[in-house]
Each structure stands twice: as C-alpha cells, then as structure tokens.
Design a protein around this ligand. Structure first.
Ligand SMILES: NC(=O)c1ccc[n+]([C@@H]2O[C@H](COP(=O)([O-])OP(=O)(O)OC[C@H]3O[C@@H](n4cnc5c(N)ncnc54)[C@H](OP(=O)(O)O)[C@@H]3O)[C@@H](O)[C@H]2O)c1
Length: 244
C-alpha cells in the first residue's frame, strides 16, 4: 500500500508526505519536475526510513492520467491515500486579456484535478477502500473580481469532490475536501494581509490528522469557516461594489 502525493514540490504537500512517512507508509512523490521529485523522495526515504518512489506527471496531460496512476500502482502497490495538492493561481489580469491563460488555470485546478481523482477513485472502488484528499481553497466559496478564474476552478473542484464523496459513500472510499485559507508558500509571496498566514508544516499535520479521522470538509486554519460564512452571507447587491 502507498500514499500518492500529486504536486510534491508544494511545501504543504511535502509536509503531508512527511506525516505519512513518519507513520511508516510508503510514499510516491509526483511532481512536474522529475529531478525535484527524486530529491524530495530521497530526502524522505533517508529521514523516515521508508520506501519512497519519485514520478513525474503534468496535470494538463489528461490523456495520460489513467496510465500514470496504473504505473504508480504497478511500482508502489495499491494507493491507500492520494493527496491532490497541485494548483496554479495564474494571473487574473493577464487571464482577462488572454483566455488561453484563464483556460490553463481552469484546466490545472479543475479538469486535471478531477481527471486524476477519477483515475484513482476507479481503482479504490474496485478494492472497496481508500482515501482521496483534494486541496481546494476558500477562494472557491465566493467569486471575487481579484481571482475569479482560480476561484471558479477551485469552486468547481469543491463541488466535484462533494459529488464524488456522495457517490463513493457506500463503496468504502473516503473523500475529503480541504479548504485552505492563506498559507506561507510560493503562492502567497506577494500577499499583504492582516489575516494570519498559516505555516505549511502545521497545515500538513492538520490535513493528515483530519484524513485519519475521516473528516469530509476541512477548513484550515479553522477560523476561515467563520470568515467565509460572513463573506457568503453578504448580499450580492452590496458584494458587487466591494473590493475584496
Ligand atoms: N498557499 C495558499 O495560500 C493556498 C490557499 C488555498 C489553497 N492553496 C492550494 O494549495 C495547493 C498547494 O499550493 P501551494 O500553496 O503549496 O503553492 P505552490 O508551492 O505553488 O505549489 C503548487 C504546486 O502545484 C504544482 N503544479 C502547478 N501546475 C502543475 C501542473 N500543470 N502539473 C502538475 N503540477 C503542477 C507545482 O509544481 P511545480 O513545482 O512544478 O511548479 C507545485 O507543486 C494548491 O492546490 C493551491 O491552490 C494554497
């Protein structure tokens, strides 16, 4: 049995991988860049004394996803847990000028994420066991002018995971939606906000623990559930005039 980490160069994904490795699990580190995946896999193997595997994949290579998942299972054994962690915030203003850029954001965060989740889900259903963790975002809870391509793709992924959870509820397969607020990664380097930014190591620990408890939807940091409750309750007539 193995844990598949998709988007292993993300510090959040890496922290989740380390939690499972600390628990003695074999971990497959998959990233776009094969050398980086290899370096992360070697580091985890040495520090945690577990079997690790390095693989390269691209969320945009939809036609290859099924074969990719099959080859991961051939090499590392049945996938017990998959973390769908990759994502691309893109550039909202550039995407407004050039829809190809918007399409890329939609395809990475939604189409690619759903395609890989389906490929893994199919195999988990056959075995009647497994856990799928999808990293979504609070940005998917309400459309905003500052990031609506990314937000809508994450919102679609959130709904996809909700439907998948509903479909697989009687098949022994757990599906967890992680709605992250701000986390200190490449994605937030330019962010200036009075809201506290979470540490990726703490996020990783919280995600692995929540998966172990069989949680369905998980806001982290937890206060984001309250913030988004308020943001979602603002009437559209007022919301459309705000700059959030
Ligand atoms: N940081 C936040 O505040 C925040 C908030 C809410 C949700 N999230 C979500 O958290 C997850 C992790 O992001 P992060 O914050 O850790 O940012 P990050 O360091 O930029 O990680 C993003 C990851 O996605 C991978 N990726 C991008 N496009 C890909 C593609 N076409 N195929 C395969 N992998 C691809 C990147 O790989 P490369 O190394 O090859 O670029 C990287 O591993 C993402 O889903 C993100 O949307 C983050």
């Amino acid at each position: 049995m193995s844990v598949l980490i998709l988007g292993a160069t993300s510090p959040i994904a890496r922290a989740v991988a380390e939690e499972y490795a600390a628990d003695g699990k074999s971990v497959v580190l998959a990233a776009r860049n094969a050398d980086e995946a290899e370096a992360i896999a070697s580091d985890i193997a040495i520090r945690f004394e577990v079997d690790t595997f390095a693989r390269s994949f691209d969320a945009l290579d939809i036609d290859e996803h099924d074969a990719f998942v099959a080859s991961v299972e051939d090499e590392a054994g049945p996938i017990e847990v998959v973390l769908v962690a990759f994502g691309d915030m893109g550039d909202q203003e550039a995407s407004e000028e050039d829809f190809e850029r918007a399409r890329r954001v939609i395809d990475v965060n939604y189409t690619g994420a759903a395609s890989l989740s389906e490929a893994v889900a199919r195999r988990m259903v056959e075995r009647g066991a497994g856990s799928i963790i999808g990293i979504s975002s609070v940005a998917g809870d309400r459309g905003r002018k500052s990031n609506y391509f990314y937000g809508s793709a994450k919102g679609a992924f959130t709904l996809y995971l909700q439907g998948l959870r509903n479909r697989l509820a009687d098949d022994g397969v757990h599906v967890m939606t992680v709605k992250l607020g701000f986390v200190d990664t490449r994605m937030t380097v330019d962010l200036e906000t009075p809201i506290p930014i979470a540490n990726p190591a703490k996020v990783g620990k919280a995600i692995a623990r929540a998966q172990g408890r069989g949680v369905d939807t998980f806001y982290y940091p937890h206060f984001w559930r309250g913030i988004m409750g308020i943001i979602k309750a603002i009437p559209e007539s007022i919301f459309k005039k705000l700059s959030l």
